[in-house]
Design a binder for this molecule. Structure first.
Ligand code: PPS
Length: 307
């Protein structure tokens, strides 16, 4: 009885803070209001040399890479990786919402080393301390159109992000960069250019789909972890779409349904390359491609399956 009352109170507290927060520019990048309000704590975050950062534009394969990294560092011990949800194992640096929800910085500050850090910040907003301490950064990039489709569905189901609105309008917002964390184009380009100057491993979602074991080997080499091939294969199995979809510690099933409305979409939605072909009209594709070529002019960064 007492337990039910406590649960009811917790739910009421949560309900009071769950809303679609507006975007507020932080150094020109639109971020949800609670993040902008506590920006100073992110900006002055003190990194440690053995912090490992997984950086992505939202919906590029963050959780997939987080699970891979966690398993590599646990020598493939799946029991260990199934101990707690991903957002506890690898806190989301800039994430912040009013209590009872907590902030990524609060979770990280007193966490033991080596800390694993998730971020969606574009390179120019990454706390400088990570670069001063020469921390390793793994960046995952996904082709723009699939990334957009995944984001569109996520913004429908995540009731704390701005409403995506109708599909046609959303495509334009993505192109303009008026979605949370800003321009996809600037994001993927910034880490691509900066990998020449910092310890950044750049990984493509499409490459992970093509040959997951190969990409796991790249990650473990970057992390300087020795793993026999059978453990690499075990990690590839454990991080396949279906196994992760069925793993509540990786699939965000632990997030309350008043935040993630699973009647709209599931977090592990499809996990495919080329799903955009099911949503873009011919006219939308043409406009998107023309704009894409302009925005990506002058970079050596190339995505497969995008045009
Ligand atoms: S978030 O909210 O930004 O952290 O989301 P993120 O994890 O970056 O992206 C979610 C999309 O990644 C897909 N995903 C996978 N695809 C293939 N294999 C595996 N194992 C995998 N794990 C996650 C997930 O399904 C989302 O993509 P869509 O296209 O929406 O299905």
């Amino acid at each position: 009885m007492a337990n039910t009352k406590a649960n009811d109170e917790a739910l009421q507290q949560l309900k009071a803070v769950v809303k679609r927060y507006p975007l507020v520019p932080v150094h020109g990048i639109p971020l949800m209001e609670p993040i902008a309000q506590r920006w100073a704590s992110v900006e002055k975050f003190k990194a440690r040399p053995d912090d490992l950062v997984v950086a992505t534009y939202p919906k590029a394969g963050t959780t997939w890479m987080q699970e891979i990294v966690d398993l590599i560092l646990a020598d493939g011990n799946t029991e260990k990786s199934r101990r707690v949800p991903m957002h506890v194992r690898m806190p989301f640096l800039e994430y912040c919402a009013p209590p009872p929800l907590s902030s990524g910085v609060d979770k990280l500050v007193n966490a033991p080393s080596p800390r694993l850090v998730k971020t969606h910040l574009p390179f120019q907003l990454l706390p400088k301390s990570f670069l001063e301490k020469n921390c390793k950064i793994i960046y995952v990039a996904r082709n723009a159109k699939d990334n957009l489709v995944s984001y569109y569905f996520f913004d429908q189901m995540n009731l704390m992000q701005p409403d995506p609105g109708p599909w046609d309008r959303y495509v334009k917002k993505f192109m303009e960069g008026t979605v949370p964390w800003g321009s996809w184009y600037d994001h993927v380009r910034s880490y691509w250019e900066e990998k020449a100057n910092h310890r950044i491993l750049y990984v493509f979602y499409e490459d992970m789909k093509e040959d997951l074991a190969r990409e796991i080997r790249r990650v473990k080499d970057f992390l300087e972890v020795d793993l026999p091939e059978d453990v690499v294969q075990k990690i590839a199995h454990h991080t396949s779409f279906q196994v992760m979809k069925d793993n509540p510690m990786a699939n965000y099933d632990t997030v309350a349904s008043i935040i993630f409305d699973r009647t709209k979409s599931s977090f592990m939605r499809k996990g495919e390359v080329g799903d955009w072909k099911n949503y873009f009209t011919v006219a939308q594709k043409e406009a998107f491609d023309a704009d894409y070529l302009q925005k990506m002019e002058g970079t050596t960064l190339r995505f497969r399956d995008v045009l």
